[in-house]
Write a protein that binds this ligand. Structure first.
Ligand code: FES
Length: 126
């Protein structure tokens, strides 16, 4: 299979900006024609990113900016009503969520994390 073209990849942050179980890095995407917040975190060594949109009510997960993990640094927690998501897959693991978070593919190389655009998920045009 031919590799995906590099113009699908968009620089997001330095690898060192994502500490395992620590604060996330927020960024904006155009999802289905609307500007949405998204975030990246690191969990068990791997970087993951999701739309910052709870599947209970379409609210952002973090009350305190860029705090997505619970106190145990094991789960992603929605601060509004306590929905719990798996950091590695975005799947709902407890609380009122209906389905999992929308996952955004990341590619990490040479110390830089990139996110990959796809159908319905594009960079925000300025
Ligand atoms: S908005 Fe996230 S749990 Fe209700």
């Amino acid at each position: 299979m031919a590799p995906a073209p590099d113009d699908d990849l968009h620089p997001l942050c330095h690898s060192r900006d994502l500490v395992d179980g620590g604060k996330g890095v927020s960024f904006d995407v155009n999802y289905a024609g609307q500007t949405c917040r998204a975030f990246a975190i690191r969990h068990q060594g791997r970087a993951h990113a999701y739309l910052n949109r709870c599947t209970h009510v379409a609210m952002e997960l973090d009350w305190q900016p860029d705090h997505f993990f619970d106190d145990s640094a094991s789960w992603l927690l929605c601060a509004t009503h306590g929905a719990v998501y798996d950091p590695g897959s975005g799947e709902c693991r407890g609380g009122p969520c209906r389905g999992g978070l929308f996952k955004i593919e990341l590619v990490e190389h040479d110390g830089v994390v990139h996110w990959r655009s796809q159908y319905h998920l594009k960079p925000v045009e300025f």
